[in-house]
Design a protein around this ligand. Structure first.
Ligand SMILES: [Zn+2]
Length: 164
């Protein structure tokens, strides 16, 4: 069973394997050894659903957005939305399995099982017109979102053997 399946409390496969449920807090803490603060926060938030890390991750997102030139209040809003988007990224069409009912690749998430908010939803949450979101902010949003998602997935793979 993949680590992703094992770690993802939302995954329907969890009940099949049941491995995550059998992991103790000390098993998890041991697997976290050596991770930096951002990696640990992403594992706990993205994979383990610990919303206590949301504010930390939002602040990290804001720092990255500011470094990219996104200004004050919009950077704050965008940071909050990125964290929210990450927390709710399970594809609703396939329920995170990546396959449709015919066992083919899910067309809504291209088989990843994950799906972020649409441009329309993002623009609405950021209170900017969709066109200006797409023209001015989408790249900044996607770069920071993708970086967090990448770290969450890469770190999950990195610690998988420790949780074996
Ligand atoms: Zn899907």
């Amino acid at each position: 069973m993949s680590l992703i399946t094992k770690l993802n409390p939302k995954s329907p496969s969890l009940e099949v394997g049941g491995s995550f449920a059998s992991l103790s807090q000390s098993d998890i803490a041991a697997a976290m050894t050596g991770l930096d603060a951002l990696q640990e926060a992403l594992i706990r938030f993205y994979w383990l659903g610990d919303i206590g890390y949301a504010a930390y991750l939002r602040d990290q997102a804001i720092i990255e957005l500011c470094n990219r030139g996104v200004e004050g209040e919009l950077a704050f809003k965008m940071g909050s939305v990125i964290v929210d988007d990450l927390a709710n990224s399970t594809c609703s069409a396939c329920n995170g399995t990546g396959e449709n009912s015919k066992k083919r690749v899910c067309g809504h998430c291209d088989g990843s099982g994950k799906k972020g908010l649409s441009d329309r939803e993002l623009a609405k949450r950021l209170e900017v017109p969709k066109t200006s979101f797409q023209r001015r902010y989408k790249e900044d949003y996607k770069v920071v979102y993708a970086r967090f998602e990448f770290i969450a997935n890469a770190t999950a793979r990195q610690i998988s053997h420790k949780l074996g």
